[in-house]
Structure formats: structure tokens, C-alpha cells
Design a protein around this ligand. Structure first.
Ligand code: HQG
Length: 194
């Protein structure tokens, strides 16, 4: 992916997860944007984007691994595009139909990487969604570390919380998995965090 396409990917995250109105478009209830409308809207903001750029941004996304897609997906005929997860809670009408996972479909442990400066609050309140529609969790410590490292500042470190999914499901927590392999939940109560 070249620099310009990396820039397009960041812009797409803003549009498809947070605020499509910045380019004058709307998303449907499944988070889909019309590809033609999106390209015209981006063009109006001075970003000239071709379908081939979007194809590269979708297929070469850095979060695509283990055969899963990355941050974005097209529909079958590439007339629509959406973010696979990470939507802002302000996009109230957008609710991707994630299927609740059965106990056999969740790994035994899930991980959440955060910054040491949030640890005290999280130990009190549990993990909450903040600006997103879900709390994000990973089945790999390495990925949780990368997520936490985004928030590193001087004199802080990444902290990993570990969740036993059996304990959590017994407590009524419902887990979902996005198409790109991110585990999601509405909240994780403090007592379940290790
Ligand atoms: C923290 C990126 C205080 C939470 C990543 C996190 C991920 C609390 C921040 C995806 C809290 C929310 C999501 C509480 C949670 N008190 N702080 N009670 N509960 N927090 O960005 O998990 O690259 O919404 O620990 O890779 O960091 O954009 O969530 O630090 O997959 O595709 O509040 O975003 O993906 O931050 O990241 P976020 P996240 P992309």
C-alpha cells in the first residue's frame, strides 16, 4: 500500500466508523456506504480515489491476518463498502448483525490491551465501550499489546487484562466476533478482569 492509500485508509476509518457526514453520505443499518457516493464525497474533499485504490486498501489492510479480512469489506459486486467493526456509538442506526458466540466458539481466554494510566479506573468500573459500540478484545496477547501500545505516552506502559470466557459467560457476558477476528462484548465487569 502506498502513502496515499494509507491516507485513504485513515480517512475511510473516520467516514465508515465515526462520521460519514464529513463527506455528505450516510451508512445503512448494516454499516454499508455506496462506493460511488463515497468516491464522489471524498473527491469533494480533495481526495481523488479510484476503485483500484479502495481495492488495495481493503485487501492489503494491516489488520488482515489468519485468512480474515482487515478493517474493511466490500459486498459481492463491490458496489458497497463498510468497516467490519469499531463503529462509533454516535452512529446509533448502524448495528452490524454480529451473531452471539456459543461457549464452544470462544477461546478460553481473551485479552484487552490498554494503558497503565487507565488501569485504576478500569479495575473500578470494568471495561466499558467509551466512544465505540463494543469493548474490543483479542484472542492473542500480541495483538492486545499492539492495541495497548497505540496509547503509550512517556512514563506509561501497556497493561494487559485477561478474561476467562467461561467465567464471563457464566456471568451473562455475551461475546461476538467480527468478520476480521476481533472479539466484542458490551462490557466486562471489573471482577472478571485478571
Ligand atoms: C479504555 C483499533 C477508563 C480502553 C485497535 C481503551 C482495536 C477505559 C480506551 C480497536 C475504561 C477505548 C479498539 C474505563 C475501557 N475507564 N478507560 N472504565 N474502559 N477503557 O480505541 O480497545 O486500528 O475505543 O482500555 O487495534 O483501544 O482502529 O478501544 O484504551 O482493535 O482498526 O478506553 O481500535 O483498531 O479506546 O481499540 P478504543 P481499543 P483500528
Amino acid at each position: 500500500m502506498n502513502k496515499s492509500q494509507e491516507h485513504i485508509s485513515k480517512f475511510l476509518s473516520k467516514i465508515l466508523r465515526h462520521d460519514p457526514s464529513i463527506i455528505g453520505i450516510t451508512l445503512d443499518s448494516q454499516g454499508w456506504a455506496d462506493v460511488t457516493e463515497l468516491m464522489i464525497g471524498m473527491q469533494k474533499q480533495g481526495k481523488f480515489v479510484e476503485l483500484s485504490d479502495l481495492e488495495i486498501v481493503v485487501s492489503q489492510d494491516s489488520k488482515a491476518k489468519n485468512g480474515n479480512p482487515g478493517r474493511y469489506s466490500f459486498n459481492d459486486d463491490k458496489t458497497k463498502i463498510r468497516a467490519n467493526q469499531g463503529h462509533n456509538k454516535k452512529l446509533k442506526h448502524v448495528k452490524l448483525d454480529y451473531t452471539p458466540l456459543s461457549s464452544r466458539e470462544v477461546p478460553n481466554w481473551l485479552y484487552h490491551g490498554t494503558n497503565s494510566r487507565f488501569v485504576e479506573a478500569i479495575k473500578k468500573e470494568g471495561l466499558v465501550k467509551m466512544n465505540r459500540q463494543h469493548v474490543h478484545l483479542s484472542d492473542e496477547i500480541e495483538t492486545a499489546n499492539e492495541v495497548g501500545d497505540r496509547r503509550l505516552k512517556q512514563d506509561t506502559e501497556t497493561h494487559i487484562f485477561k478474561i476467562s470466557t467461561i467465567e464471563a459467560m457464566n456471568d451473562g457476558v455475551v461475546f461476538y466476533k467480527s468478520k476480521n477476528g476481533v472479539y466484542l462484548a458490551d462490557a466486562i465487569p471489573a471482577w472478571l478482569l485478571r
